[in-house]
Design a protein around this ligand. Sequence first.
Ligand code: ZN
Length: 235
Amino acid sequence: MSNTNVCIRIDDVGNYDDLKCNFLIDTFIKYNIPVSCQVVPKWIDERFENKLAKEWLNKDTSIEWCQHGWEHYNHSENINRKFEFGDTRSKKNQQSDIVKGKNKLLEIFGDKFTFAFCPPHNRLNQTTIELLQELDYKYILGDTRTLQDYVLNDSIRFYEFIISKSLNLNGVRKIFTNKKLLQILEKYISKTDFVGICIHSYEFASLEECLVFVQALKLLQSQLKFSFKTISELC
Ligand SMILES: [Zn+2]
């Protein structure tokens, strides 16, 4: 039995037409694997809201709904350092977007909303952190690029998602195969008690590949006996 907790993070959730993304959520539910969905508030239209109400929010699932910025717009002038929240933006502008997003998600998800903020492109700045603390967020989700030298107080916890299904190498996106990703996961499981994995629907070629990925994760869990958890279940 491994003591490691594995958290799967699906980014860029909220687009009704993103069939692979929505299929991934359904498949994680079907295989009873808790998953943390990073929702882009502005993307949610009436169709997605209806789908949520009919298919996901009325069931007792281990899906966690968190905030992925506001509209996933790039406000950076550097194409290799994209961000929605960062140094080109005033505190007032950042606050306006964070609050719009939070209010929309609270309206839709109610008490099923987890006070976790995942900045698009995994970047933010000290101002973003101060705002998230003032607005009572409990968690920031990111990767190795997120915190840099920024300072957090005790009211908010940072979770680093060390594994990604794809990496941007000098402008070229390299997508790991399911097999490679699981090999990387297996290595981390023996070394650490928390492993975060970040996935996006565009990293999967087909619905079939989404399904194979979830099945392979389930199989690996049965072999290595780690636990799948959402962020709110960890605390
Ligand atoms: Zn994103």
